[in-house]
Design a protein around this ligand. Structure first.
Ligand SMILES: Cc1ncc(COP(=O)(O)O)c(C=O)c1O
Length: 441
């Protein structure tokens, strides 16, 4: 359709990401404000945020400390070149990230998004082996149903079919482990499922197939969020760690969703007690307010690059906005807010209440599985025969009308509220969802 530039607020020009554009533009859903746990819609309604935006506003919305830090930084030092120059906030934030990171993570490389963090991590892994004289290690191993953003490396190691299939041959030398979703054995499990650690042994099969000496890294989400909250079976991540270590393969945890308190610890690595070699983060790093990501590495990975003449750049990689001053200021204020308000601990304390509330939906119409961990949860619906995703999308639209924001992926409803949510608001979220599900076809 041609653009109609005569009409103010014409919706045509903006091609919206991961959105049913034609449906949206017929019936737009617009947010015009936000505060703490709520969005304000253009028609003046309050909508309870059941998703922390897109799994990112962990401290809730328009938090004064973060807003003020951004305003102050924008007025003081708006931008500094990211290459060959520095500014204090980027260093300070890196130190603060390392303070809360698992033992062994010692360095921070900044990006602007989760997708860029993933590309950075994959490139680092390949270049690390080469720097150590092990340049045949170029293969990357991901997992079915994994989501690692939308850039070519990320969709290559990722395993969500719709995100891959129309984009050509992708990055070569990639293989995938099986996903960990075993509904026949694990449906309605509270927290981590008992069954499925054996799925990590598939990595041994893949290593035997390709030869360990050709594999650079394995990348997984410790808990797969975007594909519908698939939890790691008990013992699974430990096994991945053992196998990767045994074969000299780097283990990358994609913590873009699980980072910054979502599971009740700073990172999933701490929650599950497994430390990778590289971690990718974004989203909650700045409370979602300013785009920023960070890749965390061990000293071993970092130090492998610190060779050659001192005037030489060690890693030919980086972004114009890596460590941007305003993003760094937002990050510092965000980490301070998490700490001052004890939000990671709060998530851990609320988790049992959240779990009970979610599992009270068992037996509700269309519900075939419920999964939870920390302050994250998924309710899987029986798809309408021949019309996958339609039932969950209808639930999303009805829920929005009734004043709650949920997210859907396939026929799965995913929820991940800000860590400031109250018990009453959990009741409202789940109670409203129950009403919605009862009225769905
Ligand atoms: C695990 C994971 N990795 C990467 C990304 C991509 O992040 P972004 O949308 O900031 O590029 C996401 C986004 O949801 C994610 O969940």
């Amino acid at each position: 359709m041609a653009l109609d530039r005569k009409t103010p607020n014409d919706l045509n020009a903006f091609w919206m990401p991961f959105t049913a554009n034609r449906q949206f533009k017929k019936s737009p859903r617009m947010f015009v404000g936000a505060k703490d746990m709520h969005y304000t819609t253009s028609d003046g309604r309050q909508v309870l945020d059941g998703t922390a935006g897109l799994w990112c506003c962990n401290a809730g919305h328009c938090r004064p400390k973060i807003t003020e830090a951004i305003q102050k930084q924008a007025a003081e030092l708006d931008y500094a070149p990211a290459f060959q120059m520095g500014h204090p906030a980027a260093f300070e934030l890196a130190n603060r990230i390392i303070d809360i990171a698992p033992e062994g993570m010692e360095h921070v490389f900044y990006t602007n998004s989760g997708s860029e963090s993933v590309e950075t991590a994959l490139k680092l892994a390949i270049a690390y082996h080469r720097a150590r004289g092990d340049g045949a290690r170029t293969r990357l191993i991901g997992r079915e149903r994994g989501y690692h953003g939308v850039n070519f490396g990320g969709i290559s190691v990722g395993g969500i079919v719709t995100n891959r299939k129309v984009f050509g041959p992708l990055v070569p030398g990639v293989d995938h482990m099986p996903h960990t979703h075993l509904p026949d054995q694990n449906a309605f499990t509270r927290g981590q499922p008992e069954n499925g650690a054996y799925l990590a042994d598939e990595l041994e099969r893949i290593v035997a197939l390709h030869g360990a000496e050709t594999i650079a890294a394995v990348i997984v989400e410790p808990m797969a969020g975007s594909t519908g909250v698939l939890l790691p079976p008990k013992g699974y991540l430990q096994k991945l760690r053992e196998i990767t270590k045994k074969h000299g393969i780097l283990l990358i945890f994609d913590e873009v969703i699980t980072g910054f308190g979502r599971l009740g610890a700073a990172f999933a690595a701490q929650h599950y007690g497994v430390t990778p070699d590289i971690m990718t983060t974004a989203k909650g790093l700045t409370n979602g307010v300013i785009p920023m990501g960070a890749v965390l590495t061990s000293a071993e990975v970092h130090d492998a690059f610190m060779n050659g003449p001192e005037h030489m750049i060690e890693l030919f990689h980086g972004y114009t906005y890596s460590g941007n001053p305003i993003a760094a200021a937002a990050g510092i204020a965000t980490l301070e807010t998490y700490k001052e308000e004890g939000l990671f601990e709060r998530a851990a304390e609320l988790a049992p209440y959240w779990e009970d509330a979610l599992h009270s939906l068992k037996g509700t119409r269309h519900v075939i599985d419920i999964r939870n961990e920390g302050l994250i949860g998924a309710v899987e619906l029986e798809p309408i025969a021949g019309e996958p995703t339609k039932r969950a999308f209808s639930a999303f639209l009805k829920a929005y009308e009734k004043g709650i924001l949920i997210r859907t992926t396939g026929d799965i409803i995913a929820m991940s509220p800000p860590l400031i949510i109250s018990k009453e608001q959990i009741d409202q979220l789940i109670g409203t969802l129950k009403e919605v599900l009862k009225t769905l076809d």
